[in-house]
Write a protein that binds this ligand. Structure first.
Ligand code: KG4
Ligand code: ZN
Length: 344
């Protein structure tokens, strides 16, 4: 089934055309992504109104690009998946309206997709042997949770953050260090330059004994550390890499520790997904600690249209009744089993 996927929940516009088979395998016929980094960089973060306008500008261009490079006509599309939450409301509205337009002209089914389910299923999209039950470590700008995947649409959250998400901890710490948007990736690049030698800086491991994750205390600790070492940091810029390494270590350590604990106690494979799964150190340590780790390719760790098309394809083929088409800024994956009708 040829499915068009549309993603516009935050600062990346993604469009993809996938051929999804009943056995769950999929061929990516074409995909295109428009990053808005240069647009938001000068403001130090995502400006929702500008992001929405840019999605509106990019969507038709990306659709043309995907159709041209796949060689498919618009009429070849048999189903549409569009992210309807969670995310920035104005941005979601642009993607959903665009999808409704195509839906109206083609009369093919439209499936509203939960963005986090998209990240979770990006593991199955790339690994044919991976099928439930398995665990998913979802780490993005708004989410940090370990999810038990028991079937398509059946997700139980085992452990989540009590406050900030891991991506938020990366971004806020980067901000305190004067690293501008996209701070998380810049902090990680600086940390990699230091590369795991023993660091002179120390940060508390707040959540080590807790069941859940917690990252909000980290930014206070980072602020205190930056204030304490401000003069040295100005005199020796190489110290910045060392400090970034310490911060990255403080974020990655609880993610790996708690994921490894669940993997060991349940004997299941684990998928790492969401924007923070692009972090090389996180991937490296998980692979060292857990026996069966699946990480999507980098282009599918960040937001993209392929994962959205894949979720829609799986549900449309599986006979799931689509949830109500509405924009939802908060939409926990545990609630999906109720939102969907006719789950296999
Ligand atoms: O999934 P995503 O692209 O968007 C959301 O759905 O939130 O995740 C974005 C998050 C941001 O917080 C960004 O700083 C973080 O992923 N991120 C990284 C890296 N690349 C992106 N964090 C750490 N290391 C990276 N290499
Ligand atoms: Zn995401």
């Amino acid at each position: 089934m040829k499915i068009l996927g549309i993603e516009s929940s935050c600062d990346e516009t993604g469009v993809a055309l996938l051929d999804v088979s009943p056995d769950g395998s999929a061929t990516i016929l074409a995909e295109a992504l428009a990053s808005q980094v240069s647009l938001h960089e000068k403001y130090g973060g995502v400006v929702p109104e500008l992001a929405s306008r840019e999605h509106m500008r990019s969507l038709p261009v990306l659709l043309d690009e995907v159709l041209a490079s796949s060689g498919a006509s618009l009429g070849a599309i048999e189903g549409i998946g569009v992210t309807s939450g969670p995310g920035l409301k104005g941005c979601l509205l642009i993607g959903v309206t665009f999808a409704q337009g195509i839906n109206l002209s083609l009369g093919v089914p439209l499936f509203p997709v939960n963005h986090i389910e998209g990240h979770i299923l990006s593991g199955e999209l790339h690994e044919r042997a991976l099928r439930p039950p398995y665990l998913a470590l979802v780490v993005s700008g708004g989410h940090t949770e370990i999810v038990l995947v028991e079937g398509l649409g059946r997700y139980t959250c085992l452990c989540r953050t009590r406050d900030d998400a891991a991506g938020e901890a990366f971004d806020k710490s980067a901000n305190l260090l004067g690293l501008t948007y996209p701070g998380g990736a810049r902090l990680a690049a600086a940390a990699d330059a230091f590369g795991g030698k023993a660091s002179r800086f120390k940060l508390p491991r707040v959540a080590r004994e807790m069941e859940d994750f917690s990252f909000s205390g980290l930014k206070t600790a980072v602020l205190q550390l930056v204030n304490r070492h401000r003069r040295e940091l100005q005199e020796d810029p190489s110290l910045l890499s060392e400090l970034c390494w310490t911060i990255q270590d403080a974020i990655v350590d609880p993610l790996v520790r708690k994921t490894a604990r669940e993997v060991r106690s349940r004997g299941l494979p684990v998928v790492v997904c969401g924007g923070v799964s692009a972090n090389a150190e996180l991937r490296r340590r998980l692979q060292a600690e857990c026996p069966r780790v699946h990480v999507p390719p980098l282009r599918h760790c960040v937001d993209n249209g392929a994962m959205i098309a894949y979720v829609a394809g799986r549900h449309l083929i599986g006979g799931t009744t689509p949830p109500k088409l509405e924009i939802v800024s908060r939409w926990p994956v545990e609630s999906l089993a109720q939102a969907y009708g006719g789950l296999a």
